[in-house]
Structures are given as C-alpha cells and as structure tokens.
Design a protein around this ligand. Structure first.
Ligand code: NAP
Length: 516
C-alpha cells in the first residue's frame, strides 16, 4: 500500500499510525494511505518562515518568475502520471484531469510572464508619490513588500493540482513561502505534483511544503505575519476564521467557499447565443461531474423558453456517457468520494422539496463499465422549480455534483436579478443575450453580488469561454456566502501576501532608494 509522505522542513516525512484511506471512487478500492500524526507542523512553519522566506525575499520578481516557470515545466513533465492519479483517486476522466493539471501549469506560466514584466526589482510601488506638505520635497509613497511569514494554503478536494498552483503562484511571486494542505480524500495528485517539483530541485529550500493528511494542530502555530488562504466549505471556513490563534494573532485569512452560480438566458437571444448557453450549461453540469465551485447551479430562462431548454439541454445530457473514467467513451465519472456522494444526495433531497426532476434519474444505479451499485456515481440531473422566487433551498443549498435547477422568470432583467440575488453572493454569474438594454441592466444589478460576470452575445458566442473556467488574469472569489475572498486577477492576486507601507520623506531620496 502506497503511503503518502508530507514534505516539511526540507524533507519527506511520514506520519504515524494507519492513517486515512484514499480511495478510487469508481471501484471503492484503497489507493493510498496518509497520516500527519506526530509530525511537527510548528517546526515546519518555522522552517518556511526562517529559511524559505529570506531566500524568496532576496530574489527579484523576474527571478521569482523563473522559479514559477521551472515549477510549471516540472509538473508538465509528469502530466501523464498525474492524469492517472486523477483517475485513480479523483474519478477524473482524462479531460477532467487535464483541465486541473493544465490549469495549474498555465496559471504558473501566466504568473511567470507577469513576473518578467515586473522586472529586476524587489519592491512594488503602490501609486504615485503624494506631496504632503508645503514643500514639494515632502512626499509619501506607498510600497508593497512581502509579508514576513508563511502562506498556509488549505484546499478543497476538487482541484488537487490547480488548487495548489493558483495560490502558490501568487504567494511565491509576492515573495512568501508556501505550505500547502490539499484535502485528504484526493491528495494523491497534489502529492505527485509536489514530488515532481521537489525532484526537479527548482525551488529554494523552504519555499514549498506539503501536508498530506489532516490539519492537526497546524493553526495553533500561526504567527501574526502568516497568511491563511482557504478554499472549501463555508462551515470549515468559519471554523478557521474563528480559530483562537487566528483571532489572537490577527492572521490574515482569505476564504473561497460555496457558491450558487447562476446562468441567465435573456429573452430574444439569437440562435448562436442560445446554442452557447446550452453548450456552457451542459459543460458546467458535467465537467468534473459538477464538482467545481464555479459550476452553474441555477439556470434562469424566460418562462416561454422553458420547454425548449429542457428539450435541448436534456438531449445533450442524455448523450453524455457516465461511468468508469478509464473508458474512452465516458464523458462523466463518479463523484470524488462516498462522503461527497452522501452530501450531494442529502442536498438533492432538500432541493426536491421545492423542485421536480426534468431530466435524469436520481435513483440510477447502472453506469458504463461498472457493476450496478458500485462506485460513487450520480446521474446528471436537471431540475425545475416553477416558483423561482420561493424555491427555498435552491437558493441556499449547494449540491456539489452534476445537478442544476431551471428557474423560469418573466423575461425582465429586474426579475432575473432579484432571483439570482437570493443566492446571497456568488463567484460567477453568466448572462447570455443580445438585448443590450437587458444586458446593461443585469450587469449593474448583479455586480455587487458577484466576483465575476460573464456576458455572452451572438458576436462572441462561438469563442466565449465557459463561465466556470477561472482565468489567472481575472479575479476569482465572490462576496457573501462565496466567502468574501479574492484570488488571482493578475497583480491583484499578490495583495494578500504583501504588506502595504506608506513611506514618508524626502521625495528625490525616496525615489532613489525605492528605484521609483
Ligand atoms: P472542506 O470539507 O471544507 O475541506 C476543505 C479543506 O479544509 C480540506 O483540505 C480539509 O482537510 C480542510 N479542513 C477541514 N477541517 C479543517 C480544520 N478544522 N482546520 C483546517 N483545515 C481543515 O471542503 P471540501 O469538501 O474539500 O470541498 C468542497 C467545498 O469547497 C464545496 O462547498 C465547494 O463549493 C468549495 N469550493 C470552493 C471553491 C472556491 O474557489 N470558492 C473552490 C473549490 C471548492 P481534510 O480533507 O484533511 O479534512
């Protein structure tokens, strides 16, 4: 049995005891075990702070960018092995695993390019120098420098590769060392990724650590200078935010949590726009078996288009082969674990109190290439809640699987926005339409409730990106129930890891010292 070690204090370390089992969600077989029992996580944080931090801070942005590019190449070199780990431990189809791994290498490369543009400097200026007295020599200049602690990254089970890379890219470029903790259930691919980077020996010692297994007493060792970036369920996010050490030390915490993302079909959409809407909603429901924080959960359609959408989306969903992800014909695999299946079924039962099934079979037990009843499978399910304003749990319960609910509305932007806002803040909303007045009104009515809005009209319909695709250039995060966090967004993604300082003094001297 493979035992996954953690990489801490510059060495691979294996925890004591039998440890947690990591399973193949297609067969139920145990594929590895891991434990953090007995590991000195306090020493690991100190090592990152005292060894990794100074090493990174001594490098210019351009030099840190070279590290990110080297990381990306080291991961890409192991792509096939990592895809196999995604199948074995995450139930990923080949396409799903590639989406995760290529997302990781692509994000690292994007930040490597950004680093090059920031050049041979270690300090960033935040705005212009500001004259603050009668003499024009007396100025204040805001600067951004790396926080002197360690970035602790706690990730969800669904993106074991990208989840590590998107956070690490921003922290390492900002000059902070990283200790990353993937979700235990699907940690195999993250372990493989970190092993590829460590084996390639491309990072300074202490720059990257890995915790495989439970968090243990990790948070008890945080210092004021550290940062926690968390992705996962809202209740875990709350536990971390309320942790006594986090509160007492004023540790900065960023939370990316649940989200009930909506897609809106506007009235009068051209055929190309409508086709893109059907294509994207289908993609969002089935890619990674719907286990994406940005996946579409609520689908708003003008009441007079409801039957068309059920027919067209239903046709695509019925053609999607669900089963063993090792088979070439299969387009959707199982959920990642029994716990996820149980949680999805529980949430589904709540949705069904206010919605009916239009497409799919919640009780389906036969799937391509697997024994009936075997594995963590759930059919793709399209639900309808006829009374969208009073759909209760549809606006409140995130079913983390291939499940979405159609919500008919009266065709006005105001009504669509009212219904979407019942989700209390989401990562992304997508609007498909060609009526400019509708689009303009909807964007402004939804912006305060969202981190990102994707607008698709007929002119870009064939090249538009699926709303669930998170881009390193653009902000990822959302207000309210989505956690209130912000990640990525180019330079914005470094902000969590940087201290902003106002430096006051003699303007020409400061300009020389700070290389402004
Ligand atoms: P989860 O159960 O909240 O776990 C997330 C991470 O937190 C795991 O690494 C987990 O470790 C760790 N954790 C649990 N308890 C902890 C504690 N007391 N102290 C420190 N760490 C702790 O979430 P999940 O089931 O992995 O992920 C599903 C959820 O994530 C969904 O709700 C989804 O919406 C959300 N999500 C959000 C985003 C986003 O960007 N907004 C992205 C992806 C997923 P163990 O696995 O070892 O317990």
């Amino acid at each position: 049995m493979q035992r996954l070690a953690s990489y801490l204090s510059g060495a691979w370390q294996t925890g004591a005891g039998e440890g947690a089992a990591l399973r193949d969600p297609t067969s139920g077989a145990i594929v590895a075990r891991t434990s953090t029992a007995g590991l000195d996580l306090g020493a690991a944080l100190r090592h990152a702070r005292e060894v990794g931090g100074p090493a990174l801070r001594s490098l210019t942005f351009a030099a840190r960018g070279k590290l990110l590019a080297a990381m990306s190449k080291a991961i890409h070199a192991e792509r096939e092995a990592l895809i196999e780990m995604g199948r074995k431990n995450g139930g990923n189809t080949r396409g799903d695993a590639k989406f995760d791994i290529d997302g990781a290498t692509g994000t690292l490369m994007y930040y490597a390019g950004l680093a090059e543009s920031l050049g041979e400097r270690t300090v960033l200026l935040d705005g212009e120098a500001i004259t603050i007295g009668r003499s024009s020599r007396l100025v204040g200049q805001h600067i951004l420098t790396p926080k002197p602690g360690v970035a602790v990254h706690i990730n969800a089970f669904n993106f074991p590769a990208w989840g590590l890379a998107e956070k690490a890219a921003c922290a390492l470029l900002a000059g902070m060392p990283v200790i990353s903790k993937p979700a235990t259930a699907t940690a195999l691919m993250t372990w493989g990724l970190v092993k590829a980077v460590i084996d390639a020996d491309v990072l300074p010692e202490g720059a990257l650590g890995l915790i495989c297994g439970g968090a243990g007493d990790l948070l008890d060792h945080l210092e004021w200078s550290d940062v926690v970036a968390f992705t996962g369920g809202a209740s875990t996010g709350e536990t971390i935010r309320r942790h006594p050490r986090v509160l007492a030390s004023g540790v900065a915490v960023n939370v990316e949590a649940d989200s009930l993302n909506a897609a809106i079909l506007a009235p009068g959409a051209e055929d190309a726009t409508y086709d893109a809407f059907i294509r994207d909603v289908h993609g969002e429901m089935t890619q990674k078996s719907g286990q994406k924080c940005t996946a579409t959960r609520r689908i708003l359609v003008p009441r007079d288009r409801l039957d068309d959408v059920i027919e067209d989306l239903g046709e695509r969903l019925r053609r999607t082969v669900v089963g063993d992800p090792a088979l070439d014909t299969v387009r959707m695999g199982p959920l990642a674990s029994q716990a996820q299946l149980d949680s999805a079924r529980e949430g589904l039962a709540r949705l069904l109190e206010h919605a009916r099934v239009a497409v799919g079979d919640p009780a389906r037990s036969a799937f391509e290439g697997v024994e009936p009843g075997q594995g963590c499978f759930l059919d793709a399910l399209l639900l309808v809640a006829d009374d969208a304003r009073r759909a209760g749990p549809v606006h409140d319960v995130e079913v983390f699987g291939p499940v979405a609910t159609l919500l008919p509305y009266d065709g006005s932007a105001a009504e669509a926005a009212h219904i979407v806002r019942l989700g209390q803040g989401s990562l992304v909303a997508s609007i498909y339409g060609d009526d400019q007045a509708f689009l303009g009104e909807a964007i402004l009515a939804l912006a305060g409730w969202h981190g990102r809005i994707v607008v698709t009209d007929g002119k870009i319909a064939d090249k538009a990106l699926q709303p669930g695709m998170v881009m390193p250039h653009l902000l990822h995060g959302g207000p309210g129930r989505a956690g209130g966090g912000e990640e990525l967004g180019g330079r914005r993604g470094m902000k969590l890891y940087q201290q902003r300082t106002a430096v006051q003094g003699n303007g020409p001297l400061l300009a020389r010292l700070l290389d402004a």
